[in-house]
Each structure stands twice: as structure tokens, then as C-alpha cells.
Design a protein around this ligand. Structure first.
Ligand code: MSP
Length: 646
């Protein structure tokens, strides 16, 4: 059994958890769950970074001692994670005794080796980053992260001979292409190293300036520089040096961080490990920043997104899905509720939700809710199974390669493929023809693929995945899953299993910009205005009247000429419901059945059904008169059937 060790940065406790912290931790949780399903023995670590100037300043501001302060904020992080369905194996705090001991052990080892020396240093110190910057690294004399002018500090301190390991590090990065990924960050680090800018690292602070830190084991007048202290958390938690966990998990260490802390992780940390004679970690995975309307999140701009609020408003699973699907790993991404709602409705409510609700309700209608036996496979069944294999293999490879967004995109090829498969195979027609053996195969192909999709989604949406599986009559046990095997194995869903009759996993949501109270006032105001207008211009309707009309996108499945009326066509449409919808439309003069088949059109779906020359019509297809001809109202890009027109 392989091992997998995944870590997040340990977060500073000078601010409450926000979207950025939640993203990294959700991603780490997802990677952890994915590797679990791939059969690895996993260990997932997160925690808080509690020493340093910043913490002392924040505590003072709130009138607390550093100890009281760190206890309060650290628990905001540890309490938040279960609410986002994050299941870490350990939560480390740098103020814990186990960590202090470990840091002092590493320091002593490196000191005894002769890689730490005492010297004087003057440099540009950014309190935000808790590090010295070289002239070269400053932008217009300012810290590139915080855009503030650093303070010039000169004092006697201890230094780690980091420059000594520059060539070794370049060699290691060159020999291990995946050591830092994606490639742009690897290149960034290589160019930094090759510019020869690597200096020795100041790793102490005199107690006269800062007391809140880990005392150097070889000089009680100094505390350890917060980064030298913090990075060691990754091995403290594995009980370095003697722990079994260290032996088992360290060789597979995967760090997950954002680009803001690339240098400490890509340069300080590997050289520290080398000096302490510890093998380098396996991978440093670096993601971009979440921006709000292309700007950084910041308290002063008032645009900080609360992850808990988002999860409560839209559901934890939808929130997790959005973050992982929207951000292309390594690049920055913009967060907006509008985009979240868009994805939720399109990918989850329409594509995935519809697939589940249609298939489950058909299983009830045609097979009393029991999974039918699969008979012989047709070409169309083989085709969708091969789409499934390709889509699952791509999902897995992309997750291994930390390309999460692409992985989900690949899985949706199958989700959308299955919706199309329903349109093509037309289970309702098979039922009408009483072709139960063929119908059994079609329903089995759908249900077994849905099981596979649900299993693959567990890393991203744990609760939703378990609910999907429960709807398919399966109790989920992660240790029983062999995700790799899912690509090729067929038929694990047992025939005769009872499935749920309904599925409403991801109800559609409307995007609301204004808070409820404000909104009510506005609606009342708008209504008043409309009334006024109504008295002035005859024929104007009120907005609520317009809202009564429900329009959906549908694909034309089949068309036949009305037997008793030359101008009418009988059109069967897939409007995302369990069964096709029949509309009798006055289009025969303008279109042949072949011209209409396969077209996506706009259908009014809540018109009272009526009979037109003996044939029931359930709605209306929207079209425009164009001289002597007629044009259909359609969409510029393919969308899922059943999408609301608004
Ligand atoms: N304490 C150090 C890390 C020490 S690790 C040995 C630290 N803490 S932090 O609280 O500032 O966290 C930084 C991390 O939070 C980023 O690397 C990233 O994981 C996450 N994010 C914070 N803001 C973010 C965004 N706006 N977008 C994405 N993630 C970001 O640095």
C-alpha cells in the first residue's frame, strides 16, 4: 500500500479564516480523500502558525496576552474545518510542546554541523511577511506582497548557511521535474536561484525585540525566526526524528500552498531539510490567488469572503465543487456569487441533478424501483461505456497531476454523455413498445455509470456523493472502494437493488444581489412604479404577470406530420423531464421534420394542455415570423435541456 502525506500551510492567527484559507484546506481534503480511494494510506495535516511579531501586535490591539489571543483564533480555524466537511488527521499548533522540542532538535543538529553562525545583519524587514527583503526583491522600495515600505533593521543574529545549498537545490529541482509544480512556479524558483541571489538566512530574533517565539537551544537570548519555526511543523506532526509516522509518510510529503509563500517553501525549506540531513519533500503544489473583481481580498476594502457564509447559503458541497471546478490550478481566479450560482445551476442542478432525478424516477416507473438486469449491449451502450472509461481515467490522471478543474471537466463528459444517452435511447419509447429487455440494459447502463460518477465525486463533494450512493441503494465505505479499478470494472451495482424514487440533490438557486429586507422594499417600490405606468400605457403588463410564463430549453427528439391538419406538426421534445413533452406546432409550412430534429428550441412549458385536432399539445415552441418564412428561437451554444429561460 502506498502512502500519501498532504499538508496545508499552517495559517497565521492574526486574522479570521477566509475564502483563501478555506480553498487550500478544501483542496487538501479533496486530495486526501482522492488518494484514500486510490488505495493509499493517507495522512492530512493542517494547523496554525502562532509565533512572531504579527501575533504579538494583533494580541496587543485586542487587549489580550499572546497566549489568550492565539487560543481564541486558532480554534476559529479548527472549528471551521468540520463545517466544510474537511477531515484532517492532525491539527498542529506551533505553540505546542511537541513542536517546540522538534524545532530545538533540528536547530541543534544544524548548529552542531556548523551550518548556523552568529553575525550582524542590516536589512529591509517586512512585518507583514515576517522576513527580510533584499534590495533586488523590493518593488519601488516596497514589499511586493504588502505594498508597504519595509523597516530597515540592523542587529546581531544567528544565520543559516542557506547559500551553501544553492547548487544542490538547483540540481535537485532539475532532476525532479515535479518537485515544484505547476511549471511556472518551478521556473520562477529556478530563475531566482540562477540569478545567484541566494543569501544566508537570518533565523533568530533577539528577545529584546521579540519574546513570543521558540528559544534557540544554544542561546537563550534569542528566539527562532518564525519561518524557520513554522516550516518544521510538517515533520513535528510525524513525530520526527524517531516516529513511525515519519518513516512511513515523509517520503510521500506533498505540500499545498499559494504563490505568496513560494520562496519559503521552495527555497528555505528544502535547504533546511538538506542541512538537517532529511530527505526533501516529494512535491510542492502551488496554487494561485482568489481575487474579488480582480483585486486582492482585504479587510480595508471590505471584500473578504466568509467561507462559512457561502457554505451556509449555497450548501457546503456546491461551494466545494465551485472552488475546485472554477480555479485552474496555478492561476488566479475571480470569485463571485454570480459565478457560483451559474455553476451550481448549470453543472449541478441541470446536468448532474437532472440525470439522477430522471433516471431514478424512470427506474420506479418501469421497474418498480429495482435495478434491472442488464441484457445484451448495443453499439450505443458500448459507446457510452467507452466515454465513461475515458472520462474516469482522465479524471484520475488529472487529480494525480493536481489539475482538479480539468479532472472535473472530464467527469462531466460522462454526466452530459449520459443525459444525451437518455435522449438517444428513449427509454419511454422502449417501455411503450414493451421492449423490457432492451429497457433493462439502458437503465442498467445509466444506473451503473451514475454509481461510478458518485464514487468519483466523493473527494470533492463528500456528503452529496454519499447521498447519491444512498439513492442508488449503496452504503458507502471508502476503504472498500478501488477507484483505479472503477475505470474498467463493470457491473458492481447489483441487480435487484432498490433505488430512491426521487432525487433533489441540487435545487436550482436564483442569484440575489440585494439582501432580503432591501429587496422587499425595492420590489414594493418597483410594483408601485409599474402600476403607475400601467394606468398610463394600455397593454403593459406587470412583471409578476411575465414571471408566470415558464420557458425552458428543449431538444427536438422526433417530428411527425399531424394526420388531420396540413399546417400542424407533432413534435416530441426533451425538456429535461422524465418523459418527452409533446407539442403540436403550426410549423409544417416552414419546416420538414428532418429540419427540426435535433434543434434546441425555447418551449413554453406551463400552458394548460389542450387538444389540437385530437392530439394533445403540452406547450408552445417559440418562433418568429420572417417575411414569408419562420425562424425558431434558439440558443447560441448548446445548454442542458430543461434550463430555464429568464
Ligand atoms: N503562516 C504562514 C504559513 C506557514 S507554513 C509553514 C502563512 N499564513 S497565512 O495565514 O498567511 O496563509 C497563507 C496561505 O493562505 C496561502 O498560501 C494560501 O494557502 C491561503 N490563502 C490566503 N489568501 C489566499 C487567497 N486570496 N487565495 C488563495 N489562497 C490564499 O503564510
Amino acid at each position: 500500500m502506498d502512502s500519501f502525506f498532504i499538508t496545508t500551510p499552517i495559517y497565521y492567527v492574526n486574522a479570521k479564516p477566509h475564502l483563501g484559507h478555506a480553498y487550500t484546506t478544501i483542496l487538501a481534503d479533496s486530495m486526501n480523500r482522492f488518494h484514500k480511494l486510490m488505495g493509499d494510506d493517507t495522512f492530512f495535516l493542517t494547523g496554525t502558525d502562532e509565533h512572531g511579531d504579527k501575533i504579538v501586535q494583533a494580541a496587543e490591539k485586542g487587549g489580550q496576552t499572546p497566549r489568550e489571543y492565539v487560543d481564541d483564533i486558532s480554534s476559529l480555524f479548527s472549528d471551521l474545518w468540520p463545517n466544510l466537511q474537511i477531515e484532517n488527521d492532525d491539527f498542529i499548533r506551533t505553540t505546542e510542546e511537541r513542536h517546540i522540542k522538534c524545532v530545538q532538535g533540528v536547530l541543534q543538529k544544524v548548529y552542531d554541523k556548523g551550518d548556523i553562525y552568529f553575525g550582524e545583519y542590516g536589512g529591509h524587514y517586512c512585518f507583514g511577511c515576517e522576513r527580510f527583503y533584499t534590495e533586488k526583491e523590493l518593488e519601488d522600495g516596497k514589499c511586493p506582497q504588502h505594498e508597504t515600505v519595509p523597516e530597515y533593521i540592523a542587529e546581531k543574529n544567528y544565520f543559516f548557511k542557506m547559500s551553501k545549498y544553492q547548487d544542490w537545490l538547483i540540481g535537485h529541482i532539475n532532476a525532479n521535474p515535479d518537485f515544484i509544480r505547476p511549471e511556472r512556479y518551478r521556473n520562477e524558483v529556478l530563475s531566482l536561484l540562477k540569478s545567484g541571489a541566494l543569501e544566508d538566512l537570518c533565523i533568530s530574533r533577539p528577545k529584546t525585540r521579540l519574546e513570543w517565539g521558540i528559544e534557540l537551544p544554544f542561546d537563550k537570548d534569542f528566539v527562532t525566526y518564525v519561518w524557520f519555526d513554522a516550516l518544521i511543523n510538517y515533520i513535528t506532526a510525524l513525530d520526527y526524528p524517531k516516529g513511525d509516522k515519519f518513516k512511513q509518510f515523509w517520503p510521500s510529503a506533498n505540500h499545498l500552498v499559494a504563490k505568496d509563500i513560494l520562496k519559503p517553501h521552495a527555497v528555505f525549506w528544502p535547504t533546511m531539510l538538506k542541512a538537517a540531513e532529511i530527505e526533501p519533500y516529494q512535491n510542492l503544489n502551488v496554487h494561485g490567488y482568489w481575487l474579488i473583481k480582480d483585486t486582492k481580498m482585504s479587510k480595508s476594502l471590505g471584500n473578504v469572503v466568509s467561507p462559512l457564509e457561502m457554505a451556509q447559503k449555497y450548501g457546503v458541497n456546491a461551494f466545494r465543487y465551485f472552488l475546485m471546478r472554477e480555479m485552474s490550478f496555478g492561476n488566479d481566479s475571480s470569485f463571485s456569487e454570480e459565478a457560483l450560482v451559474g455553476r451550481l445551476n448549470a453543472d449541478l442542478a441541470n446536468d448532474l441533478g437532472n440525470l439522477f432525478s430522471r433516471t431514478l424516477s424512470m427506474t420506479h416507473k418501469y421497474f418498480d424501483g429495482l435495478v434491472p438486469a442488464q441484457g445484451a449491449e448495443d453499439e450505443v451502450d458500448c459507446a457510452i461505456k467507452s466515454v465513461g472509461r475515458a472520462s474516469m481515467a482522465a479524471f484520475q490522471q488529472n487529480f494525480i497531476d493536481v489539475k482538479f478543474s480539468r479532472g472535473l471537466e472530464a467527469l462531466w463528459e460522462l454526466v452530459r454523455g449520459l443525459n444525451k444517452y437518455i435522449d438517444t435511447t428513449q427509454p419511454w419509447a422502449l417501455y411503450k413498445e414493451e421492449n423490457m429487455s432492451r429497457l433493462g440494459t439502458v437503465m442498467y447502463v445509466l444506473l451503473e455509470n451514475m454509481r461510478k460518477i458518485a464514487v468519483h465525486l466523493w473527494p470533492v463533494m463528500p456528503e452529496a456523493s454519499e447521498s447519491m450512493l444512498a439513492q442508488l441503494g449503496i452504503k458507502f465505505h471508502p476503504e472498500k472502494i478501488n477507484l483505479k479499478g472503477e475505470v474498467d470494472v463493470w457491473g458492481l451495482l447489483e441487480h435487484g437493488t432498490e433505488v430512491a424514487s426521487k432525487s433533489n440533490l441540487f435545487p436550482r438557486v436564483e442569484f440575489e444581489k440585494t439582501p432580503p429586507v432591501e429587496k422587499k422594499k425595492k420590489v414594493a417600490k418597483a410594483a408601485k412604479k409599474t402600476k403607475e405606468v400601467k394606468t398610463e400605457i394600455p397593454g403593459i403588463i406587470e412583471f409578476p404577470d411575465f414571471q408566470k410564463v415558464e420557458m425552458k430549453i428543449g431538444t427536438v427528439l422526433s417530428v411527425v406530420k399531424h394526420p388531420d391538419a396540413d399546417k400542424l406538426l407533432i413534435v416530441k421534445l426533451d425538456t429535461g423531464e422524465d418523459e418527452p413533452r409533446q407539442v403540436v406546432a403550426g410549423l409544417a409550412e416552414f419546416f420538414t421534420p428532418e429540419q427540426l430534429e435535433g434543434k434546441q428550441v425555447v418551449v413554453v412549458v406551463n400552458l394548460k394542455p389542450r387538444k389540437l385536432r385530437g392530439e394533445v399539445s403540452q406547450g408552445m415552441i417559440l418562433a418568429v415570423r420572417n417575411g414569408d418564412g419562420m425562424e425558431l428561437l434558439t440558443v447560441t451554444a448548446g445548454v442542458a435541456n430543461g434550463c430555464q429561460v429568464s
